[in-house]
Design a protein. Structure first.
Ligand code: ADP
Ligand code: ZN
Length: 615
């Protein structure tokens, strides 16, 4: 057995490398530079942790890990300490005395892995220190932070190219979950990784089930989803994140969910720092918390057992959607990505682009990104194929997204599209104004609303022409016409719809329009019959196994409490579930279970056997 595999087994308790991990470890341990592109939850950490340990054994000093996220650093250090690796961090939260103690330990060769914030790393004092200890490697985590175009840009990251000049013989490994080619090139360029080997993993997250539903009454739909798929018999829920666009909506949604008996907490950048931190800690440490948040929440949360991510508002891009949904199911167990989406979202996003103070080039780029996301929302074929295709990866229909599980029906909507477009045209002709979908639908359905009568729109030739379709059906038509570019949102900020270049061909009958059929969301459709089993680690457990699992969880909670770490740092659900199922009755049996390394076996082994055996 190779030494790297031995370490994987002994220290981390895993029987095999995942995907390219083994190759990456060997390459870095042998002193090569590398750039690792792997999705969230793919297992990036081991790619530098094991080489750092290997190089320690070969006589080098500690591995230095550059990370922009203090909370994440602390979690990593806690998790490494639990498996017996000597890890520490240096960041602004330490007192001077603590920092000095860590520096001393580094100098004395008592540290295997040191996590540092980039601004700390770049101080002349620190650079001198690490020069004197022959460090083993540099790992640059969240390497996309060097990209000025991305929203995680950190100016200090730019300076990291200095490492190459100052420490030419120290291998560097840059890691990111941001997949696009532009960011990749920028990382190579800015970090001077020209000779690095690039490891690109598949970005698929097979355990995540993607679903995008038509927004009807978003809150009620959300609650149905949580109740049907993420609520336990004792009424507690799974851990989940709900993304909303505005701070206000975050607060309102959290309040409302609380009123419905869900343990929901708000999180956004406008809250007081202490409260925000407290909520984040609760989410990490306690079970069953649903975080309602803006996108300010998420970077730096590596909680592995988030069972669902829900979007109540449309993200800005496919990248954003993928990053946010990627926070579900890092532990590889079934998880849900659920989004409710409607015409209002399209209007709102277009409006935000229009009203931003970005220049035209930037606005066009944002518009293009939104279009790609709308294409995903309206897709009639596999969502995963589309998602991965967006990142340049070919794949086959997945069988684990809504369009695969329940293929939507398409219909020839050419005539209805013509009605809608000519309604836009005629209403404008008659009054000199453009109107939003609500008013246009009133005209088409022949409803004599006050506003309509005031404007005399009951006299338009399109009045009542589309009475055969319900209001929701028309909304779905308008939404898709906007999504596909046959209609655009006016720049007036009121969501008025206007014709586009592409409208003409439809109006002239030169272009057929095929749309997704509107499906009325009903409770039964959203319940388990639609989605198969719940994302539940206890699925299929017999009552005896389940009782063991409950005892193990209680034991884990008390360990976590006494060590002051989140429960998942002690053992993941998957590991506990394996123990409960396998009923090990010896240390030897226990050591075969994935996720139990030598140190945890030694520390917890006999207690675990007691807990398992206490029937
Ligand atoms: P990333 O940083 O890429 O998001 P992590 O390094 O946090 O991912 O790993 C995600 C999860 O997968 C962790 O819980 C980790 O313990 C687990 N993991 C990583 N590599 C393996 C492996 N070879 N076998 C089993 N589990 C693994
Ligand atoms: Zn699919």
């Amino acid at each position: 057995m190779s030494r790297s595999l031995e370490i994987l087994k002994e220290v981390f308790g895993y029987p095999a490398f995942r995907g390219q991990q083994g190759d990456i470890v060997d390459h870095v341990a042998a002193g090569g530079d590398s750039l690792v592109l792997m999705p969230t939850g793919g297992g990036k950490s081991l790619c530098y942790q094991i080489p750092a340990l290997l190089r320690r054994e070969a006589g080098f000093g500690a591995g230095i890990v550059v990370s922009p996220l203090i909370a994440l650093m602390q979690d990593q250090v806690a998790a490494l300490s639990e498996v017996g690796v000597r890890a520490a961090c240096l960041n602004s939260t330490l007192t001077g005395a603590e920092a000095s103690a860590t520096e001393r330990a580094l100098r004395n060769g008592e540290i295997d892995l040191l996590y540092v914030a980039p601004e700390r790393l770049m101080t002349p004092r620190f650079l001198e220190l690490i020069e004197s200890v022959r460090i083993g490697l540099f790992a640059i985590d969240e390497a996309h932070c060097v990209s000025q175009w991305g929203h995680d840009f950190r100016p200090e990251y730019i300076q990291l190219s200095v490492l190459h000049e100052r420490f030419p013989s120290v291998p560097r490994i840059a890691l990111t979950a941001t997949a696009d080619a532009i960011t990749r090139d920028e990382i190579v360029h800015r970090l001077a990784l020209d000779n690095a080997r690039i490891f690109v993993s598949s970005f698929d997250r097979p355990n995540i089930r993607y679903r995008i539903v038509e927004k009807d009454n978003a809150r009620a739909q959300l609650l149905d989803f949580i109740r049907a798929e993420h609520t336990n018999p004792d009424k507690t829920t799974d851990a989940g994140v709900i993304y909303c666009l505005s701070r206000r909506k975050v607060e309102e949604t959290a309040d409302w969910l609380k009123g419905q008996g869900v343990r929901a907490l708000p999180y956004h950048a406008g809250m007081e720092y202490e409260t925000r931190q407290r909520h984040q800690e609760m989410f990490k440490r306690e079970e069953g918390i649903v975080m309602c948040a803006t996108i300010a929440f998420g970077m730096g949360i590596d909680k592995p057992d988030v069972r669902f991510v829900a979007h109540l508002d449309l993200p800005k891009s496919v990248e954003g959607y993928y990053q946010e949904t990627g926070r579900a199911g890092r532990d590889g167990m079934p998880a849900n990505a659920w989004m409710a989406y409607g015409l209002g979202d399209v209007v709102q996003q277009r409006k935000m682009i229009d009203e931003s103070d970005a220049d035209d080039t930037h606005k066009r780029m944002q518009g293009g990104k939104l279009d790609a996301l709308l294409g995903l929302c309206e897709a009639a074929s596999c969502r995963r194929v589309r998602l991965l295709g967006y990142f340049g990866e070919a794949s086959q229909p997945c069988g684990n997204c809504d369009t695969c599980l329940e293929p939507p029906e398409s219909w020839d909507a050419t005539r209805e599209a013509q009605m809608a477009l000519s309604c836009v045209y005629r209403a404008f002709k008659a009054s000199g104004f453009h109107f939003g979908a609500g008013h246009l639908i009133d005209i088409l359905r022949g409803s004599r609303s006050e506003k309509l009568l005031q404007r005399g729109h009951e006299k338009l030739s399109t009045f009542g022409l589309g009475a055969a379709l319900s209001e929701q059906e028309w909304r779905a038509v308008f939404r898709q016409l906007v999504a596909f570019g046959y209609l655009a949102v006016d720049h007036d900020g009121f969501g008025a719809l206007i014709l586009t270049e592409a409208s003409k061909a439809v109006l002239k009958g030169e272009q057929a329009v095929t749309l997704r059929k509107y499906v009325k969301p009903t409770r039964t459709r959203q319940s388990s019959s639609r989605t198969g089993e719940r994302a539940d680690p206890t699925a299929g457990m017999s009552p005896r196994v389940k009782a063991r699992w409950e005892r193990l969880r209680a034991w884990r909670a008390s360990m976590a409490k006494s060590d002051g770490v989140p429960a998942y740092v002690i053992f993941h659900d998957a590991t506990l579930a394996e123990i409960a199922r396998n009923e090990p009755d010896s240390i030897e049996d226990l050591s075969q279970i994935p996720g139990i390394g030598a140190r945890k076996l030694e520390r917890f082994g006999s207690e675990l056997l007691e807990v398992v055996g206490a029937n």
